[in-house]
Design a protein around this ligand. Structure first.
Ligand code: SF4
Ligand code: ZN
Length: 288
């Protein structure tokens, strides 16, 4: 089979057409660009801090942002959060370092260890603690260092499976936070999801097409992927389901302004007296 764009040796199919490696990568970047423009994720001249874990999705995101930064006039730097998950974290950091070196992108690192604990010390609800830690450290780092926007590598399946999970557990209001661009307020920095309409498979193929370094191992704490499998199954039965729901979700009106206050200990935004991060420190940190 031959690439339908240039006639070179075929690599893979992308949204209905067969492409060679080079044309696949070009079409992929074009699709990310359309997504970023469709939801006005990045404004002229903004500085973007891309949170990169070293997995295929965030690696694809950093590469795409790097490819679009000149054309769309924004700056991009990377942030790696060292969660202290043993060998997995070490491998991931090395991989992110070599990717940033290859692109000449400035890499920053935030270490959970500096707060007296690591994700490996957490017992029970590991991913929930880890998620809180990542959001907290990303926001503080971006704000303290003057970044306009934080970009995360969530793909379409991540967002849809979270949506279904929230629907199931009665936390539908949390889906409001899964927008392609969530404008910052008060001490919260704007967050964007450049891969909002990209699928996991497309991200993986892009990373392979460009031979980018990424970590294939899964985090040892990763939960079973039941909700994602459900999303795949629906997409298999109703092709186009993913994009259609994502676009409807993005259109949904914003609710009333969230009531928030400041954490008594660290001063970050929270809905209770002490923020979840400080409660995690109180529970797990050896620094006290
Ligand atoms: Fe953190 Fe859970 Fe993801 Fe591992 S799988 S990095 S513990 S959120
Ligand atoms: Zn081609």
């Amino acid at each position: 089979m031959r690439c339908e764009r240039c006639g070179s040796k075929a690599f893979e199919r992308f949204r209905g057409k067969v492409y060679c490696r080079e044309c696949f990568a070009t079409r992929y970047i074009g699709a990310v660009e359309s997504c970023v423009r469709r939801y006005r994720m990045i404004r002229d001249g903004e500085s973007v801090l891309a949170a990169v874990s070293g997995g295929k999705d965030s690696v694809a995101m950093l590469s795409a942002l790097n490819g679009l930064s000149k054309k769309m006039n924004f700056e991009v730097s990377a942030l790696y959060i060292d969660l202290g998950i043993g060998e997995y974290s070490r491998k991931s950091e090395d991989s992110v370092k070599s990717l940033c070196r290859e692109y000449g992108i400035e890499l920053h690192t935030a270490r959970l260890e500096d707060y007296g604990f690591t994700v490996s010390d957490v017992s029970g609800k590991t991913c929930s603690v880890c998620g809180n830690v990542k959001r907290y450290l990303m926001n503080r780092f971006a704000r303290d260092n003057g970044f306009d926007v934080i970009a995360t590598g969530h793909c379409g399946e991540d967002i849809l499976s979270n949506f279904l999970k929230n629907l199931y557990s009665g936390n539908i209001q949390w889906s409001e936070k899964q927008k392609p661009r969530l404008d910052g307020y008060d001490r919260m920095v704007t967050r964007i999801r450049p891969l909002y309409e990209m699928s996991e498979k497309e991200n993986m193929l892009y990373v392979l097409a460009r031979s980018l370094p990424f970590v294939e191992d899964e985090c040892p704490h990763a939960p079973p992927s039941t909700w994602k499998e459900i999303v795949y199954e629906i997409e298999r039965r109703i092709p186009g389901f993913r994009t259609s729901v994502l676009r409807n979700l993005a259109r949904e009106r914003k609710g009333g302004n969230e009531v928030f206050r400041y954490c008594r200990i660290c001063g970050e935004i929270t809905t209770s007296e002490i923020c979840q991060f400080c409660r995690n420190i109180a529970r797990f940190s050896k620094n006290q």
